[in-house]
Design a protein around this ligand. Structure first.
Ligand SMILES: Cc1cc2nc3c(=O)[nH]c(=O)nc-3n(C[C@H](O)[C@H](O)[C@H](O)COP(=O)(O)OP(=O)(O)OC[C@H]3O[C@@H](n4cnc5c(N)ncnc54)[C@H](O)[C@@H]3O)c2cc1C
Length: 409
């Protein structure tokens, strides 16, 4: 029987981050992975979707480029190449990750594993003795009653990655990060997109003004959405919503969140999506770092990003969380030279301030995914508004919007 100090079930961001940090500290570590190393993030989530998104954005930009003086007569879209680019990116990244894990000294066993007791893991008929078990078993797409995935007319976020051609129209159920990103990918490619959302606004977990701005942007992009609504019935691929609206999509994409996958065993640490808390790759990675390195971990300071044009990012308190001791300040992107040059003026940078400190940041802008980290640093390190005013921001950038915003506080 092989013996290790740590046995980790699941080779996604939570599992491999914990494994590599523990190995760096000199511990013997074995990771069990039943599918592909990299987990949902690398194989079915963050990376493949961003590759699709990039292709779709290049396409949309070119389609709309004539006003910038760039014209094409024979523009064509070869979706098989879009898929190939996505596959190449995922394969390349997985190979580097496999190598990094191997070089760190972590042993990977490709097999489904189960916990026999707090010191024994079983995989492929073998028993492994370990001092500690970490469960990093991830999550799976949530199924909705009556909308069970059939991989054909009703697809989930895994199925849609295997598309070999683009649909003409799609109905997306849910407007969280996954639904919004796919709405943008499809819409960029010229697919007719309809979203149905049970809540009263798009991206219900976002700051209210972010939701409202995204609704405005979607209307401009002709992405249809029905709020306070859901599917009433499906007959012969005709979908009737509770509101009475009738939609005839080529397929339905169910993007209604994810269910944690976690064996019910005690005396184990649980990391990442399996915890059923914040289901983001960087949350999983940060949690794994906190566990293995003992660094502080503040769940309220995990940034959220929804990709696409423009990006949406936020951290900390939202408007609806605040009382009247908070002050809010918003800068429209139209105030920035860079946004006019980029022909991307629809959006804003907004901060929520309390006692001269930033406590929340909400950005709808190109580069929001990076900008949010400046404000995250300020929040986490408790910098005052005056501290931030001392920084020199380069011109013309989106980041100088933060400076402009703070100057008016
Ligand atoms: C479409 C989509 C887009 C996303 N985009 C983003 C994004 O842009 N940014 C972001 O931060 N997050 C994104 N996410 C979420 C992100 O992918 C997850 O939060 C992240 O992968 C969680 O990491 P994890 O290690 O906890 O779980 P996972 O990545 O799910 O890894 C768990 C691993 O455990 C393995 N496993 C499970 N049970 C067993 C067993 N019994 N034996 C052996 N192996 C087992 C699984 O095969 C899997 O590889 C996205 C998700 C989806 C679906």
């Amino acid at each position: 029987m092989e013996e290790f100090e740590y046995g980790i079930i699941g080779g996604g961001p939570a599992g491999y981050t914990a494994g590599m940090y523990l190995a760096k500290q000199g511990h013997s570590v074995v990771i069990f992975e039943k599918d592909k190393i990299g987990g949902t993030c690398l194989n079915r989530g963050c990376i493949p979707t961003k590759s699709f998104l990039h292709s779709s954005e290049v396409y949309a930009e070119v389609v709309n480029s004539s006003k910038l003086g760039v014209g094409f007569d024979n523009l064509r879209l070869d979706f098989s190449k879009v898929v190939e680019a996505k596959d190449k990116t995922v394969d390349r990244m997985r190979k580097s990750l496999e190598l990094a894990i191997k070089n760190s000294g972590v042993i990977t066993i490709y097999a489904e594993a189960s916990v026999k007791d707090k010191n024994t893991i079983i995989a492929a008929g073998e028993e492994y003795k370990v001092s500690k078990i970490i469960l990093a078993t991830g999550s799976k797409p949530r199924e909705l009653k009556g909308l069970e995935t059939d991989g054909d007319f009703i697809k989930n976020s895994d199925d849609v990655l295997n598309l070999q051609s683009l649909p003409k129209s799609v109905l997306i159920v849910g407007s969280g990060a996954i639904g919004i990103e796919w709405a943008r990918i499809f819409s960029n490619f010229g697919v007719e997109v309809v979203i149905t959302e049970m809540a009263e606004r798009l991206i219900p977990i976002a700051d209210i003004e972010v939701s409202k701005r995204v609704e405005r942007i979607f209307k401009q992009k002709k992405i249809k959405f029905y709020l306070n609504d859901s599917i009433e019935k499906i007959e012969d691929r005709t979908v009737t919503l509770k509101s009475g609206a009738v939609v005839n999509p080529d397929f339905i994409l169910v993007a209604a969140g994810r269910t944690p996958v976690c064996p019910d065993v005690s005396d184990c640490s649980v990391l990442g999506d399996a915890c059923g808390e914040i289901q983001l790759a960087h949350y999983a990675i940060h949690q794994a770092k906190a566990l293995t390195l003992g660094i502080p971990f503040d769940k309220t300071l995990i940034p959220s990003v929804i990709y696409g044009e423009p990006e949406i990012a936020w951290v900390g308190l939202r408007e609806q969380d605040c009382d009247d001791t908070c002050q809010k300040k918003m800068l429209p992107l139209t105030a920035l030279g860079k946004s006019w040059c980029d022909d991307s003026t629809e959006g804003f940078i907004k901060v929520i301030v309390k006692d001269n400190r930033i406590v929340g940041a909400h950005i709808v802008s190109k580069e929001a995914s990076s900008l949010v980290h400046i404000l995250l640093t300020a929040i986490q390190k408790k910098l005052s508004v005056d501290d931030l005013k001392e920084l020199c921001f380069a011109h013309p950038t989106y980041a100088e919007g933060i400076f402009e915003l703070l100057m008016n506080l």
